[in-house]
Write a protein that binds this ligand. Structure first.
Ligand code: HEC
Ligand code: HEC
Length: 378
């Protein structure tokens, strides 16, 4: 009897701990998220009069989310622009930025999903599809996208003999032969379409800005403004330097071979992510000794380091896609860029300087990351 008692206590506490960890833990982490403005004041308060995001979903859309689950759409569709592969997801056109927990606070059903047989739908409401497109695609995806393997849901529609304002005409091949039919959406179909149209993350959040995939117009600005002798930093940039900075920014933001992918960790705003990825803005590693900076960008960095007075202990594998593949010119450009954005202002770095550092460490294995201790010695 005694044993059964202990046994029950054991089972109870195991379940209680799991519950605490998953429910209370998650609630502590995300439970108090509220709508916010895209940018915050320096004291983290919301600027007056700013629009707040995310927006509430309509009742119809919330009902649609339930239908979506009941029809198993989550088996093939995710609704999350992923952070790790941010660049790839954004390049695929699946969103303007990675999705954040805050994006889902008004969703009664959070359909993040995990299998991507079809495209991610986190932003399907932004792709410009009309009601008609959505309904025809829902009825029979193959009429809109030939050879689509998306699941048809004809049972959500009534068939009509004639065209009326509430019907859509399509050439269906459900049945024996292709025939022209008129479909009238049921309430369920309308709910699903309202839900799909509401899926859009078209606002920035303080924790995640849009990922820029185009190169900014620094060059044009330099050239158009250089005639009037205004003494700001940009106008005094010679065009070769502006060119290097532009190409460096492209490498910083690029998530494809030849790119540096730097933004996924250090963020487009150069501020890094607290406790994980150190900032490049205002960093002595970036603004200080060039040789150390070049070495870090060539081979990576690991172990404890200090940036702007904060300690980090993480690993940066040799940057580049594939790792360690950045050429002398690419390293020179990306470093010149990070030394001259986000308020940073420091001298440029030339491919020749990179070449001479590369020569000086040519016996070092390509994948051997530096430690701070090693770099102090040099
Ligand atoms: C068997 C896997 C599968 C299931 C289940 C599935 N889909 Fe799809 N879906 C796909 C594929 C593959 C595509 C891409 C081809 C296309 O556009 O039809 C797609 C495309 C889509 C698109 C167009 C996306 C775009 O950006 O062009 C929408 C909208 C969509 N599905 C909605 C749904 C809904 C709603 C359901 C549930 C009723 C559903 N899907 C169930 C595989 C699936
Ligand atoms: C996968 C994530 C990741 C990527 C991609 C990445 N870094 Fe880092 N970076 C880190 C981490 C983590 C550290 C800190 C390492 C440590 O703690 O020892 C770091 C440190 C640095 C530092 C020194 C510390 C500082 O904040 O000034 C510089 C400079 C730097 N990275 C530049 C770059 C550049 C340039 C690129 C792109 C070519 C890049 N990083 C790509 C994760 C990354």
């Amino acid at each position: 009897m005694n044993n059964i008692f202990k046994f029950s206590i054991g089972i109870f506490s195991t379940l209680a701990f799991a519950w605490l960890a998953f429910v209370i833990g998650a609630r502590n982490q995300f439970g108090d998220l509220e709508p916010t403005s895209s940018y915050l004041n320096d004291d983290k308060s919301i600027p007056e009069g700013e629009e707040l995001f995310p927006k509430k979903l309509s009742g119809l859309a919330q009902q649609g989310a339930k239908e979506y689950v009941s029809l198993g759409c989550t088996t093939c569709h995710t609704q999350q622009v992923r952070l790790v592969e941010a660049g790839f997801d954004v390049e695929r056109g699946w969103g303007k930025r990675p999705s954040m927990p805050r994006d889902y606070i008004f969703h009664n059903e959070v359909n993040i999903g995990n299998t991507r047989i079809g495209p991610d739908l986190a932003n399907v409401g932004l792709r410009g599809y009309s009601d008609e497109w959505f309904h025809k695609h829902l009825y029979e995806p193959q009429t809109m996208v030939t050879e689509s393997i998306c699941q048809p849901s004809p049972f959500l529609y009534e068939l009509k003999n004639d065209s009326t304002p509430s019907t859509y005409e399509l050439n269906s091949s459900i049945g024996d032969k292709v025939s022209t039919i008129f479909i009238k959406p049921t309430n369920r179909a309308n709910r699903i379409v309202a839900y799909l149209k509401s899926l859009k993350q078209d606002y920035e959040l303080p924790e995640m800005a849009f990922v820029q995939t185009e190169v900014p117009e620094i060059v044009e600005k330099v050239e158009s403004e250089s005639e009037n002798s205004n003494d700001s930093n940009l106008t005094t940039l010679p065009s070769w330097l502006a060119k290097q900075i532009n190409s460096g920014k492209e490498i910083y933001m690029k998530a494809a071979p030849g790119g540096g992918l730097c933004f996924t960790c250090h963020q487009p705003n150069g501020l890094g992510l607290a406790g994980q990825f150190p900032p490049l803005a205002g960093s002595d590693w970036v603004l200080g000794d060039k040789e150390r900076l070049i070495k870090v960008t060539m081979h990576g960095l690991m172990g404890e380091i200090e940036v702007n007075g904060v300690k980090y202990n993480n690993v940066m594998a040799p940057p580049g896609i594939p790792p360690g593949s950045l050429t002398n010119q690419q390293i020179a450009d990306v470093l010149t860029y990070i030394r001259n954005d986000w308020g940073n202002s420091a001298s440029s770095i030339s491919p020749e300087e990179v070449a001479s550092v590369r020569e000086s460490v040519k016996d070092r294995p390509a994948m051997q990351m530096w430690t701070a201790a090693e770099l102090e010695l040099k």
